[in-house]
Design a protein around this ligand. Sequence first.
Ligand SMILES: [Zn+2]
Length: 329
Amino acid sequence: MSYTESAAPANHLMDTVLPVRPAVVDRGSGERLKPGMLQELITSGTAKAMVISQRKALVTPQGLWFGDARSLWEGLVEGEWGAVAAIYLGTTLGPSSLPEGTAVVLFTVQEPPVPGSSLVPDNAEWAGFREVAGRLDASDTALFIEASAISNWHATHTHCPQCGTPTDVEAGGWVRRCPADNSEHYPRTDPAIIVTVVGPDGRLLLGGGGPADARNYSTLAGFVEPGESLEQAVVREIAEEVGVRVTACQYLGSQSWPFPASLMLGFTATTEDSVARPDGVEVTRARWFSREELQAAVLSGEITISTRLSIARSLIEHWYGGVIEDLQQ
Ligand SMILES: [Zn+2]
């Protein structure tokens, strides 16, 4: 699945940017403010629930597993699964693995229930996003990402940052409030830029770091620092990582990557420099590719590039002007 394949034509903002993926749920940001809304929804017997524990979700061969929220909640609360919490994810906007208009909640569980127990079907397994992303449809992908983002935030923001008091959860799981000083705390997202750098001759600069896979080349990326614009972050990161001076950049599209909390903002940048000097820390190898060279290097197995799920791949293919063929293993 790629941006190109999953995009609906009506959601193209313009031809020159990456297609926009439509939202799969209405998050009900007004609805979830009603006190008791989540508990009412769970006990209504109409909602479906997905489950996350220790950053893994329950999946079946068909995709994400959704249980009946009411019976699942009762089982989880009565079981010995540690702390159980509920978060409202929204109502499905179109037909997917769930019927249109289905309310979806997320249950987070400290200790994962064993598949095959009375709560979880035999064919379900616990899986991280990367393990199963390739076989999830667009709707399940979006729900897994939303659920990961909000559950990661809860897992790491249990106490008030001002006074250290344990905070209470409100608004269907989208706000935490300190009972001591009444301060409200909202989910955090860390912006990061990810960039294709194009040289004066039209070639693309890709880089790689670390010994994990010395054949891997990808786009350059880094976190935006406080007080910095996105464009300033692009210029700084590219200069730091490969010693290249960016002369212009254009925003192309974004991808939520909440592992643990990033929002990837994709840019293409141009430079007049034709020599790259990796910093030796984050980037240990950098190389310029023409379109022919990149496709040939991928097909021969000389290099690997980012997978089709990633915005990095979408950015590279935006420069390439089409789909880059992978080496068939
Ligand atoms: Zn406080």
